[in-house]
Ligand binder design. Structure first.
Ligand code: ADP
Length: 319
């Protein structure tokens, strides 16, 4: 293998740049040429491809977003789109591809592999919803962004003796909600992976209020429903003044944390190593702080799971 390509796809996440940098530098270290495919699979289809040098990835390790840009591309879900993409790669002489993204991007990578094109997936998403890895690139940064926001909201919640509902991202996964809720001592965390009982939530709020709590923080994962709807229900049931904050896209940006930069550097470099070893159709991950890889088709069959012990703990600590 002499030439490889790298692209970022789907939702961006902080640390994607550090992963791109690692892919490029590791490849050049081993004497390979590296090509950046811009705008995800959309740029693959149209041939928006440029050679990257050591300097192309300078000064990006600390920046959020992705220097290769990203896009959602419906056309790539069709056989025609995939064939066009492979033709572009062949035109540039690119023999292997690293795809950094979430599970949608992995499905694109799986298709390329099925067509015989060596592709490696690197988990980049703030949602932490990719099986086969304990953490995805961007989760830690998003977690800290959410914590920072909740800390600020907590000040106002205390000053005004209000109940605050905070809706956090995560698509169908509750990881960001659970981790931020535990880290911030939220009274209640509502996630898609666990049943909740509105009666119990209300009871807990009223109990807290009676014992003189100045505020209550409730974290709602977007996968469960709208924070605004929860607020309405809670206000009707308790008469406590309730406010909602939907954190939205501030969760996706920002300087990656140290953990995300290190994770991205390790996973990006591992992807290149695997291509050099002749592996294809695999995804890299970190489990128990060891770099691992798994078959992409198998990984896409595994449902996302959450640590329910942690959920239980969050309930025990917020009595
Ligand atoms: P993420 O990678 O963050 O989960 P998406 O689900 O939007 O984001 O997927 C990103 C892109 O991956 C899609 O816009 C599409 O181009 C490609 N993709 C998703 N699903 C498939 C599929 N089944 N086959 C081929 N490509 C896919």
């Amino acid at each position: 293998m002499k030439k490889i390509g790298v692209l970022t796809s789907g939702g961006d996440s902080p640390g994607m740049n550090a992963a791109i940098r690692a892919v490029v530098r590791k490849a050049i270290f081993h004497g390979l040429e590296v090509y950046g495919i811009y705008n995800g699979y959309a740029g693959l289809i149209t041939g928006n491809i440029k050679k990257l040098e050591i300097g192309s990835v300078g000064d990006i390790i600390h920046r959020g977003g992705t220097m290769l840009y990203t896009a959602r591309c419906e056309e790539f879900k069709t056989l025609e789109g995939q064939v066009q993409g492979i033709e572009q790669l062949k035109k540039f002489g690119i023999e292997g591809l690293v795809v950094i993204g979430g599970d949608g991007s992995y499905r694109g990578a799986q298709k390329l592999t099925e067509h015989g094109y060596p592709t490696i997936g690197v988990p980049g998403t703030i949602d932490n919803d990719i099986p086969g890895t304990d953490f995805t690139i961007g989760f830690d940064t998003a977690l800290n962004t959410v914590i920072d926001a909740i800390d600020k909201i907590r000040d106002t919640a205390t000053s005004h003796e209000r109940t605050y509902i905070i809706e956090v991202m995560g698509r169908d996964a509750g990881d960001l909600a659970l981790w931020s809720g535990l880290a911030d001592g939220a009274e209640t965390i509502i996630i898609p992976e666990a049943q909740y009982d509105m009666g119990q939530i209300v009871e807990r709020l009223e109990r807290g209020h009676k014992r003189g709590k100045k505020h209550s923080i409730i974290i709602v994962a977007e996968g469960v429903g709208s924070g605004v709807e929860f607020a309405k229900q809670i206000e009707e049931a308790t008469n406590l003044e309730t406010r909602v904050t939907v954190l939205g896209h501030i969760q996706r940006g920002g300087r990656p944390t140290g953990s995300d930069r290190v994770l991205a550097s390790r996973l990006g470099a591992k992807a290149v190593e695997l291509l050099l070893e002749g592996k294809a159709g695999v995804t890299v991950g970190i489990q128990n702080n060891k770099l691992v890889y798994h078959d992409i088709t198998e990984i896409l069959k595994v449902p996302h799971s959450i640590d329910l012990e942690m959920y239980k703990l969050s309930q025990e600590l917020s009595i």
